[in-house]
Design a protein around this ligand. Structure first.
Ligand code: CAA
Length: 283
């Protein structure tokens, strides 16, 4: 299938970044949000990100205008009737995702592939809620989406092999490398990364080192671009906490128990960059 027009539902940090990735690759994008305010926030994300690239000389003003011109914004899901692919990037609440996929299944033409960017919820559960489970797949991008070069392509037991192949090929068209993974909590990256980040919060709580000490240790000693607390602030503490809860639920492995400190910060609304304050802040 030639993917030419793509719908992105949910234009938060990830959805807006994903919309930009598709528009940069020359595809037409229809971005959907719940209301005008959320739509304006989504537009702001893409405008700032492309302005930054233009300031750094990575895009000309003309290319930036072309990218923005390929993105249409709407509050109506019905506008997704003719798209070839939809990527869902709404908050990680399974009931909301299931009901969205039921809607998309009704609205979109039968060939449309329905993809979720979920980082922790079962793709199988949303696939089973539709009348086209073979054409439902996970397409998991990483934050910041325009920069990170991986897409985890999550196939369920009922995903048609041809769809997995098409979506992997599409990831290549976006300049990303696709890694094919099964539908298990955390897939590959979050299954390995989040326990490490969670453990950093445990070490902090035990007083083994300071926040800055732990971040410096992992940046300078291991060569990572960011220490664990800077990365938790980028990912969002709420997202990290949700992934840990799902990992713990599925594995019942004590090492996956969410850190109490993480839970306390999330409860207090200190979510990282998205709320302006997390392990670091105000930011
Ligand atoms: N949007 C678009 N572009 C961005 C960006 C953003 N939010 N943030 C940075 N960039 C671009 C910059 O424009 C710059 O581009 P050029 O090289 O073309 O000029 C490039 O990225 C590097 O940016 P900076 O020089 O400002 O900053 P940096 O070198 O410190 O890199 C970083 C920033 C890319 C975020 C880097 O620190 C990094 O790779 N951090 C680790 C990020 C990571 O691990 N992400 C995965 C999180 S896990 C996840 O997302 C899964 C999940 O489900 C929870």
């Amino acid at each position: 299938m030639a993917f030419e027009t793509v719908g992105v539902v949910g234009l938060g940090t990830m959805g807006a970044g994903i919309a930009e990735v598709f528009a940069r690759a020359g595809l037409r994008v229809i971005g959907v949000e719940a209301d005008a305010e959320a739509l304006a926030r989504g537009r702001g994300h893409v405008e700032r990100s492309t302005a930054r690239a233009a300031d750094r000389g990575k895009l000309t003003a003309g290319q930036r205008a072309e990218i923005l011109g390929r993105i249409t914004l709407t509050t109506s899901r019905e506008d997704l009737r003719e798209v070839d692919l939809v990527i869902e990037a709404i908050p990680e609440v399974l009931d909301h995702k299931v009901s969205l996929f039921q809607d998309l299944d009704r609205i979109c033409k039968p060939e449309t592939v329905l993809a979720t960017n979920t980082s922790s919820l079962p793709v199988t559960a949303v696939a089973a809620a539709t009348g086209r489970p073979g054409r439902v797949i996970g397409m998991h991008f990483f934050n910041p989406a325009p920069v990170m070069r991986l897409v985890e392509v999550v196939s369920t037991v009922v995903t048609a092999p041809g769809v997995t192949a098409e979506i992997s090929e599409l990831a290549g068209r976006l300049g990303k490398t696709a890694v094919s993974v099964g539908d298990r909590a955390g897939f590959v990256v979050n299954r390995l990364l989040l326990p490490y980040l969670n453990h950093a919060a445990v070490l902090l709580e035990l007083g083994i080192a300071t926040r800055d000490g732990i971040d410096d240790a992992m940046r300078l000693g291991v060569g990572l671009p960011m220490g664990p607390f800077a990365l938790l602030d980028l990912i969002g503490l709420d997202t990290a906490y949700e992934v840990m809860e799902v990992l713990f639920d599925e594995t019942r492995d004590r090492r996956h128990a969410p850190s109490p400190l993480l839970r306390e910060l999330v409860t207090a609304g200190l979510l990282g960059r998205k709320s302006g304050h997390g392990f670091y802040g105000p930011q």
